[in-house]
Design a protein around this ligand. Structure first.
Ligand code: 5GP
Ligand code: MN
Length: 334
């Protein structure tokens, strides 16, 4: 029933948010580093929401669109953030994240600009006082669902094919293909409308997003799964990917997308953790089944996210990161 409560809360919020957005003439739409399907999908859908109203927003991301999403119409308009271009905008909309440090190296610019900062997001604990307008609910299945509510509020017939593809991409990826706890009647109702108004074929979109892997990625996945170790009475699964293993398989970090979800299908496992070497540190990806607050865990290690999906960092080496993280999780499980 989580999203039903949240659906009511969102309805109240979205009206005010839509009115505030309707006053903008040149908004900047920015999403987080290492953008995923929800980041890019929400950003593009919001772009088309504005386009439909005769407004041409500028879209910025520090990192490129992942290869499996470059088919999305509108993604070609996303560029690296630049001060001169941001200066031309009348507001900055933060999409799918609420920590300015997650939006690339412009954090100082955002703190000093004086322009209105708006938030459309479903991550826990947005910083107080930073955003003048928010469409925010941590119970929402995805940021794309929140963008959908904006269309619903102002007229769902404006959901074009392009917007629908982007919305569907955001929702399908952030719900693990409709299998996470955040999925409710409201999620499926939204998807029904997205399919109806956008005239899209979900199977086709699913295939474009997910059936795009290489044989080398599967070899890397095979080796990684073979190395799974179980901790805390076999409730916590741990996997590691070193830079050496990635280069041996001719893979990069983007190719690890989705790996962390696999161990959750092992009987009894309630938390899955993937450790991988990145930029001289260890990046930690956490996924859970509603028993451990992973946002809380990640916050002890320079990260954050949601109750059931979070990301964090450790100075390394990997084995020390595993030891420290397991100590934290086992304290919460017992
Ligand atoms: P992933 O494991 O896919 O990198 O991230 C899972 C979730 O945690 C995402 O919702 C993402 O936004 C969040 N997340 C990942 N890394 C970080 C981080 O370094 N800091 C914060 N605050 N959130 C993160
Ligand atoms: Mn998201």
């Amino acid at each position: 029933m989580q999203e039903d409560k949240s659906a009511t809360k969102i309805r109240k919020m979205v009206k005010k948010f839509a009115e505030a957005l309707a006053k903008l003439e040149k908004p900047a739409l920015i999403s987080h580093i290492g953008p995923d399907g929800d980041a890019i999908g929400s950003q593009i859908a919001l772009y088309f929401w504005f386009k439909n109203r005769g407004i041409e927003p500028l879209m910025f991301n520090d990192d490129p669109v992942p290869d499996n999403l470059t088919w999305l119409s509108g993604q070609e308009k996303i560029r690296r953030p630049a001060k001169e271009l941001l200066d031309e905008c009348d507001a900055i909309l933060f999409i799918d994240g609420n920590d300015p440090l997650r939006f690339g190296n412009m954090a100082e610019y955002f703190s000093k600009t004086g322009k209105p900062l708006c938030l459309i997001d479903h991550h826990l604990d947005p910083p107080e006082g930073m955003f003048s307008e928010m469409l925010w609910d941590s119970g929402a299945s995805s940021t794309a669902y929140l963008v959908y509510t904006l269309f619903e509020e102002t007229g769902p017939e404006a959901i074009s094919k392009e917007a629908a593809e982007a919305l569907y991409t955001g929702i399908v990826t952030d719900t693990g293909s409709f299998r996470f706890d955040t999925v409710t009647e409201a999620t499926h109702f939204a998807v029904g409308n997205i399919i109806k108004y956008g005239g899209i074929r979900p199977g086709e979109i699913y295939s474009r997003i997910y059936d795009d892997r290489t044989l080398s990625e599967y070899h890397l996945l095979g080796t990684t799964l073979k190395g799974i170790r179980l901790f805390c009475n076999e409730k916590v699964a741990v996997m590691e990917v070193t830079e050496k293993l990635m280069s041996e398989n001719g893979c990069s970090q983007n190719d690890l997308e989705g790996f962390v979800n696999y161990p959750l299908s092992i009987r009894g496992v309630v938390v899955s953790v993937l450790f991988y070497e990145r930029e001289g540190r260890v990046k930690i990806s956490l996924r859970g089944k509603s028993l451990v607050d992973l946002n809380h865990v990640a916050r002890q290690f320079d990260g954050g996210g949601h109750f059931n999906a979070a990301g964090a960092w450790h100075p390394g080496p990997v084995e020390k990161a595993v030891k420290d993280l397991i100590a934290e999780i086992s304290g919460l499980l017992s």
